[in-house]
Every structure is written in C-alpha cells, then in structure tokens.
Design a protein around this ligand. Structure first.
Ligand code: HSE
Length: 396
C-alpha cells in the first residue's frame, strides 16, 4: 500500500480524491499496489465531504510523514504551491501537479531539484486537462525533432467563443457558466487575456525544444479583441477564429512562442474543436503531423491526468523519469513580430493596398477586409499607414 497526500481540495484536488477512490481497483492493478489518499491539506473546512476525516490545515503533517511518498499539488499559483512543492521534494517525495503556472515559471528549478533528490516531478495535467500530451511528447515522440506545436490550449476561452459564435450568447453569461462548470481559473482574466494558454505553450515549448521559454517573455493576446463582426467576416472568407498558443523552431535554431487569436481554414481538423475541448497539433520530422484532442478543463478530465501521474510516480519510486529541459541563452527566443505570416485585417480609410499583397478582399460599407500575403507585423503596420485598423489577426 502506498499513501499519498493531496494539497488543495478545490475542483481538481477533490476530483483526484474521488477518482482515486472510485477507480481504486483499476488503479491498484496499473500501479502494482494499492494507493490510498491518506492526508488532504486545505485551509478550508469541508464538513460534508466523505474525505473530511483526512483533512488538515497543517502541511508539515505531510512533510514529516515518512509514509507519504507522493504528494499531489492542486493548489495553483506560484505562492504557497511553490513553497510546498519544494519542501515536498526536499523531503524526498515525488510531486504530481496540474499547476501550469508553477511548471511554466519554476519548472526548470523544480525539475532540477527533483533530479537532485532522485524523485519525480510530473505534470501531465498542466497542459490540455485530460488529454495525454506531456507523456506523448517526452516518450512516444522522443525520436522526433519537433519543429512546431500549436493548439487550442484554453477550454474556457474556446467554450466562450463557441457559445458566443453559435448561440450569440453575451460574453458575461458564458463566462459565468464556464466558472460554474469548473473550467475557469480562480481569476478568469488569466483565461480571457491568454495568460493561461501562454503558460501551457511555454511548457510545451520547453519540452519540444529542450530549453526554457519564460511565459513573461512571450507575446500574449487574449480574446478581448474579437468582435462578432470579425467572426462573421472570417466565416464569409472560409475561416473560424480560435485562440491558439503556438511555438516553432526557426532554421537558425531560435524558437518563437506566442498566444493570439488566429483565423483557421474551416476544413482543418483543429478548426472543429468546440466548447471546452482542446486540440494540440505537433509536427515531428519523422512523424509528420499529429493532433491530440480531448477535454481541456474540468474536474474529472483533469483528475484523470493527475491520477495517471500518481500511478506513474508510484511505479517509478526507485527511478527517475528523464523529463526536463535546459536554461535558455539570451537571444534564444525570437520575437514573433519579426515573423512573416498571412494576416486578416479589417480597416477603414486608405492603406497601401499593393503592399498588403491581397489574397482575398471584402468590402462592407466603408470597411475593407483583406487577407494578406506573408508580412511581418512591422510591414503590415507600414502598409496600413494611417488607415483605422478595426481588427487584425494572424492566419494559421
Ligand atoms: N482554466 C483552464 C482552461 C483550466 O480553461 O483551460 C485548465 O487548465
């Protein structure tokens, strides 16, 4: 019998306890021994929870307990979660987490510490909720040079966009539903402004390209600038608008990573990813293209990925998983504004239309809508000159 602890009994933490209990037999079979949730740490009381007898407010009870070999961190954020994770690793315990902010910001350090202490720090649930993506990258695709990865990485914004577009629902109502369903972050602006997706694309870039990509250093644009007019115009031109996190390697070895709304041709598989679902596309030099699809947020899908990591940590108690990346050197990250891409641009007034190399155009009253040739953001700005820009999005 292996005992584990759960730190943080919110949506994900309580989901992990439920799944570990409900699938106890199946999990024991997979791990080779029974796994029991011994202690749960939270500052709140849960008098109606079937796990109430295991709750404590005192993390040191876990830290000092030699019977607990795996700690699940589902607190979130980079404050207490960082402290407790470090202390758990220093106490010789493996840590499993769904905390993308912590992995994106301090993953390099925590993985190095785990290596030093010969324990595991596993984070399958940090990207794509229940979708297996971390382990496929680090194991199944390990023989590939990955040159690009992109995806719909935030369930809340995809859910909001899907319902706004499909049902014409107001933004605030849909956001409230997303919070009620347990998809949104404690502070939903992290979802809406793209920061959650930024943390996730940085983790994916770290793993795919082997060097640290700092979420504070990448360009991040959320869904706030998407107007229903653009949804309609994009539709007329044969595209859907989706918020993507994207990272790719340049021929000179540098990497660019960013988050922004994109227009995607309607018949591409990823354009059909709706609601809270996530989709992640990986390009490998041996594999070609592969897409991962599934529930990107929510209590049980996320708990599914956390519980699988618990099983893995139990199975690898005496061995370390070789997961990690190196620090990056200055200049490793290339500025996305210097990358030439095709653009959708909606504007009023005069622009240098020949420089836009228009591929498709629409005119609606005084408004002009162009799909441009490949231009950098600076070239696009120069061509638009004094025109009043109403919207501009990259095209995948
Ligand atoms: N708030 C996140 C999302 C939760 O909506 O995708 C899963 O990481």
């Amino acid at each position: 019998m292996v005992n584990i602890a759960i730190l943080g009994f919110g949506t994900v933490g309580s989901g992990v306890a439920e799944v570990m209990e409900e699938n106890r037999g199946r999990i024991a079979l997979a791990a080779g021994e029974e796994i029991s949730v011994k202690t749960i740490v939270d500052v709140r009381d849960f008098p109606d929870s079937p796990f109430r007898d295991r709750l404590t407010r005192d993390f040191s009870a876990v830290e000092r307990d030699p019977d607990i070999s795996v700690v699940v961190e589902t607190i979130g954020g980079v404050g207490v979660a960082y402290d407790f994770t470090k202390r758990s690793i220093l106490a010789g315990k493996s840590v499993v987490t769904s905390n993308k902010e912590l992995v994106a910001v301090h993953g390099l350090e925590l993985l190095a510490l785990a290596k030093e202490k010969n324990v595991n720090y596993l984070f399958e649930a940090s990207v794509g909720g229940g979708i297996p993506i971390i382990r496929p990258i680090t194991q199944c695709l390990a023989a590939n040079e990955i040159d690009e990865i992109y995806g719909i990485l935030n369930g809340t914004t995809n859910y909001i966009l899907t319902r706004m577009i499909g049902e014409g629902c107001p933004f605030d109502d849909v956001l409230r539903d997303a919070q009620r369903l347990g998809y949104a972050e404690a502070d939903p602006s992290a979802d809406v402004k793209g920061y959650d997706a930024a943390r996730k694309i940085c983790i994916l870039a770290d793993l795919c390209f082997g060097k640290n990509v700092d979420p504070a250093a990448i360009s991040v644009e959320g869904i706030g600038g998407i107007d229903l007019t653009d949804v309609e115009r994009a539709g007329e031109l044969g595209y859907r608008i989706k918020l993507l996190g994207r990272a790719y390697r340049l021929p000179d070895g540098r990497v660019t990573a960013y988050v922004a709304p994109h227009l995607i041709e309607k018949d591409k598989l990823i354009a059909g990813v709706k609601g809270v679902m996530n989709g992640i596309v990986v390009h490998g030099n041996a594999l070609g293209e592969c897409m991962f699809y599934g529930a990107g947020a929510g209590k049980r899908p996320t708990a599914s990925a956390v519980a699988a990591d618990v099983i893995d940590a139990v199975k690898h108690r005496e061995r370390r998983r070789m997961v990690g990346w190196e620090p990056s050197e200055p200049g490793f990250l290339a500025d996305v504004r210097d990358m030439a891409v095709r653009w959708y641009v909606r504007f009023e007034g005069a622009a240098d239309e020949s420089s836009l190399e228009p591929v498709k155009t629409l005119a609606h009253g005084g408004e002009r809508v162009f799909v441009t040739g490949r231009l950098t953001a600076r070239e696009l700005d120069a061509a638009l000159g004094d025109a009043k820009v109403l919207a501009r999005f990259r095209i995948l």
